[in-house]
Design a binder for this molecule. Sequence first.
Ligand code: BG6
Ligand code: MG
Length: 222
Amino acid sequence: MKIDAVIFDLDGVLTDTAEFHFIAWRAIAHKLGVEFSKEDNEALKGVDREDSLKYILAKGKITVNASEFEELLKEKNNHYLTLINDINPSHLFDGVLHCFSILKKANIKIGLASASKNASLVINKLGIDSLFDFVGDAAAVAHSKPAPDIFLSVAQGLNVAPHNCIGVEDAVAGVTAIQSAKMFAVGIGERHVLTQAELVFPTMSEFDFNAVLATFSSRSTT
Ligand code: BG6
Ligand code: MG
């Protein structure tokens, strides 16, 4: 079996925006009087805006009405937009452009499967928007990660079969989404966190395409 496409998550994989989401969610949690730990942040990585707020409210056993809920979402996003205001191509993680150029030379398509409704803005600021063959639309899928929908929609947009795709994720919810889509999961981060991924590299600089190819091929033949 061959690899037709590599489909990347954005926040925490291509750039450090995961940290900005963390800062903005922590501010909302603290405003509501809810503790927000690194473990909470890990649980929220890859989780969409609405479900993230529901998690914080549930943790604090807080009930809000619909308009307060919308206000909190707006407040978090405005804070996040301020934090990413100065993002530019220098904020791209080391190794990303090198990885993309290897994929392009090998004729492998590149997709983006982010849960973020700000994804287009971020890849535009990073100057990499033209490098993607297809960018998924988080607002257009029915179920967010850990459901497979966004990865499947990108495979469809790229016109490739899911089982010929590699997904790359920094989040537990994202790795589950990739595997639910019947794709091969590569984690970026810590092995003890991304326990379900087929392969894990600590950072994108260490992304080793030959290792991915070798593991993918051996898995396909077993
Ligand atoms: C994911 C992030 O990529 O996008 C989450 O990992 C974030 O932390 C989610 O909450 C939704 O992002 P946005 O930009 O639509 O609020
Ligand atoms: Mg992520």
